[in-house]
Design a protein around this ligand. Structure first.
Ligand code: GLN
Length: 191
């Protein structure tokens, strides 16, 4: 099974390494043809406006949407959450996005870079918390009925799943904890 990491900007190599540690051979996705034969795609953290414009520029958005309709799973972390959202608050005008998840997301919801922080996150179905690394992180302020909330803080929802779509506000690739990546790999394997 092949899992891709969208490799345009952001925390790309960290996700590639994390997948290798999970025993999966990752594929760097830069152009539509790279999505061939991929069961799941990770959209990393970084700068959602940059990643979104590059995705549009290279014609990736429509192909990713099509592949999702055909069953490809997607895991969006941090900026990846913004790109998955149906609605973005505090985005730039006409911000490019996939809009696949029925969530409303506020960008930079915890403030500026210096307000970045780490905190344990208790995820539904996990027997102990994961360490959440929040870097200019977004938050989900509203979610449709088809969205399962996996974790929330006082400020809002920080992890959620909608069918074959998974998202976290924080960066699971920046810790040694493989559990979220393994969770996503199981989602990719399930038919
Ligand atoms: N604030 C960034 C954005 O909106 C996301 C930050 C991150 O991915 N660490 O794109």
């Amino acid at each position: 099974m092949k899992i891709g990491v969208l490799s345009l900007q952001g925390a790309v190599s960290e996700h590639l390494d994390q997948l290798k540690r999970c025993g999966v051979e990752p594929a760097a996705v830069k152009r539509p043809g790279d999505l061939e034969g991929i069961a799941g795609l990770i959209i990393p953290g970084g700068e959602s406006t940059t990643i979104g414009s590059l995705m549009e520029h290279f014609g990736l958005n429509e192909v990713i949407r099509e592949r999702c309709r055909a069953g490809m799973a997607v895991f969006g972390t941090c900026a990846g959450m913004v790109l998955l959202a149906r609605e973005i608050l505090d985005g730039v005008k006409d911000q490019a996005r996939l809009g696949l998840m029925d969530i409303k997301v506020r960008r930079n919801a915890f403030g500026r870079q210096k307000e970045s922080f780490e905190a344990p996150v208790a995820l539904k179905g996990f027997d102990s918390p994961v360490e959440g690394v929040f870097i200019r992180a977004p938050i989900i302020t509203a979610a449709g009925s088809g969205v399962e909330v996996l974790a929330a803080r006082e400020e809002g929802i920080v992890a959620a799943r909608q069918g074959r779509l998974l998202t976290t506000s924080f960066h699971p690739e920046l810790t040694g904890d493989l559990r979220l990546h393994l969770y996503f790999i199981r989602m990719c394997e399930a038919k």
